[in-house]
Write a protein that binds this ligand. Structure first.
Ligand SMILES: Nc1ncnc2c1ncn2[C@@H]1O[C@H](COP(=O)(O)OP(=O)(O)OP(=O)(O)O)[C@@H](O)[C@H]1O
Ligand SMILES: [Mg+2]
Length: 138
């Protein structure tokens, strides 16, 4: 794993070979980072979607190498996972008895927006999460 943390910029990058053990570790790191960024309200949604994206790298990309990036913006949080597989994810509509095909549908419901960008080595799947407005105390 290679970690990049830029001082004074709310941005975190992590390159890794996706595998179940690394996914579990990254989930814990991301939870900690969101807590430090005062974005713990987004922690469950972000780690759920991150898990789906990384599991997709394991299942659907020919190579496990990927790059996670998280950026905190005034409008919300951007999460992206880049991998070396040019084929994009698709939102499937699985039947009741199907055991797979639900990850992207879950992401579509959880994230505010999502999309795919092609890179020189493959693609980047990005998600945006809206910041939850803080309760204003009287
Ligand atoms: N990183 C990826 N690279 C290439 N294709 C992908 C990637 N992620 C998803 N896909 C494609 O999008 C489809 C839908 O992905 P989705 O996560 O919804 O379902 P799944 O991974 O097949 O099953 P589940 O997530 O329910 O275990 C996949 O079947 C695959 O064809
Ligand atoms: Mg999946």
């Amino acid at each position: 794993m290679t970690t990049t943390l830029e001082a004074h910029v709310q941005r975190y990058e992590q390159s890794l070979d996706a595998c179940p053990e690394a996914i579990a570790t990254v989930r814990r790191i991301v939870r900690t980072i969101l807590f430090l960024w005062d974005r713990a309200d987004l922690s469950d949604d972000v780690t759920l979607c991150l898990t789906e994206l990384l599991t997709n790298v394991v299942k659907h990309a020919t190579c496990p190498a990927c790059l996670i990036s998280i950026q905190d913006k005034p409008t919300g949080l951007r999460l992206a996972v880049a991998d070396t597989e040019p084929a994009p994810p698709v939102v499937r509509r699985p039947g009741h008895l199907s055991e797979t095909g639900r990850g992207m549908a879950l992401i579509e419901k959880t994230a505010h927006r999502w999309g795919v960008e092609w890179t020189l080595s493959g693609k980047r799947v990005w998600l945006e999460f809206r910041a939850v407005p803080q309760a204003v105390s009287a």
